[in-house]
Design a binder for this molecule. Structure first.
Ligand code: 5GP
Length: 190
């Protein structure tokens, strides 16, 4: 029997450094929607705090390519400026949708375009900062990025922002509380 409340695909994109991770955490804590996170697959190595199967499914290049050939991905791309593959597995999305969940994908702009081909009614949200200068200030403030990495991330952000017109919603992460409130409203309206 189909679920009484149909599931929904929610896509959240935006540059690294815009505070997406913190926002998402709050969203999952506070939203009344039945949210579930899609765990992406990637060929990039895990960072020290990351756990396989929770933060990502960490795959070798060979495994990733084999799963791609097998048609396991809803979308997958070599993410610009990173030199690694990232992708959304059907298995992370389809069963949850069938169970009436709202499946949240944190993916880049090119991935979002592919998802929209399959799910044209996906709720797409682009999270950014007030300006690229503010993004640069935040990236520098972290103190973890090399000059090279800051430039690369800003270049990616510039490109993504320029290509983000098609998102249904643009949220500026100026203050955490306000931005979370706006995201909660967007999800509530659906
Ligand atoms: P990070 O390596 O910092 O975790 O993520 C880098 C970028 O990859 C982010 O911009 C994120 O949105 C994107 N990304 C993560 N998972 C996926 C995915 O499954 N598909 C696509 N297209 N992009 C992804």
């Amino acid at each position: 029997m189909p679920p009484s409340t149909p599931g929904r695909v929610v896509v959240i994109s935006g540059p690294s450094g815009a505070g997406k991770t913190t926002l998402m955490k709050e969203l999952f804590r506070r939203s009344e929607r039945p949210l579930v996170a899609s765990v992406s697959a990637t060929t990039r190595p895990p960072r020290p705090t990351e756990v396989n199967g929770i933060d990502y499914h960490f795959l070798s290049h060979d495994d990733f390519a084999a799963r791609r050939r097998a048609g396991d991905f809803l979308e997958c791309f070599e993410v610009f400026g990173r030199g690694h593959w990232y992708g959304t597995l059907w298995g992370e999305v389809a069963p949850s949708l069938a169970a009436g969940k709202w499946v949240v994908l944190e993916i880049d702009v090119q991935g979002t375009r592919s998802v929209l081909v399959r799910y044209p009614d996906a709720l797409t949200i682009f999270v950014g900062t007030e300006s690229l200068e503010e993004l640069e200030r935040r990236l520098r403030g972290r103190g973890t990025e090399s000059e090279d990495s800051i430039h690369r991330r800003l270049e990616v952000a510039r490109r993504e922002l320029a290509a983000s017109d098609f998102y249904l919603h643009h949220v500026v992460n100026d203050t955490l509380d306000r931005a979370v409130q706006e995201l909660l409203e967007i999800l509530k309206r659906g």
